[in-house]
Design a protein. Sequence first.
Length: 289
Amino acid sequence: MTTALQNDSFILRLSCKDSIGIVAEVAGFLAQRRLFITESANYGDRATGLFFYRVKFTPENNDFSRSSFAAEFESLAEKWDLDWELRDAKVKPNVVIMVSKGDHCLNDLLYRHRTGALNINISAIISNHTTCGWLAERHDIPYYHVPVTKDNKPQAEARMLEVIEDVKADLVVLARYMQVLSDDMCRKLEGKCINIHHSFLPSFKGAKPYHQAFDRGVKLVGATAHYVTPDLDEGPIIAQAVEPADHRLTAEDMAALGRDTESRVLARAVKLHTEGRIFSNEKKTVIFG
């Protein structure tokens, strides 16, 4: 097995109309330049006719540059009409977390960030309450309290977008942020905003969904992470999970089980997104886990 001369790794992501020979030509391009493939996944969707490819590679030579790669790759990209990007795997994406009062998802993301389980920079935390300020202070992360009412919502969202832009956020995570974003804000964050909610929807809307589920004798508790779109809670799904529930659980037990599931599913979605493993496939996603 060839040993790379440096630790730099890069992720090449591409999509295009499906056809024969794309993988072979891209792999050949990398091989000719002594770019050692360490991870590769591809998928052709017969329903949409689209092809998706993610490949991670390490240069064997120390003279690799992204600009020269782009210049040389352009003719191949034009040939196949590729929508493509090259990422430096060691660069940590900037993430802004938005939260209300419930801190379980926020706390979990902060822990995974602190231990290195998530390769991200948490650049800011935005909340419509002061409840979670102590968590931000403990982790030395800027905390922005932006109250939201029906009268000041446009101004509040403008302030939030200002923060997101100032920290150059690559991703916005709604970690149980309990305000509905306007259509305009959803469009501005399209493709880079993830939400988490219980998977009972469209049933048990509103307050205390787990208590509503308990009253109905629900036997599964689950969570769904998805991209935010103007269609409320109907954006492309990224990750889901369910846990069994039975008659022995109280409403509070079900809520606790729901919090654990939400935290786990949201963290998985953030990891998949920030590692460049998710591709948009019309209204669905293609995910290379």
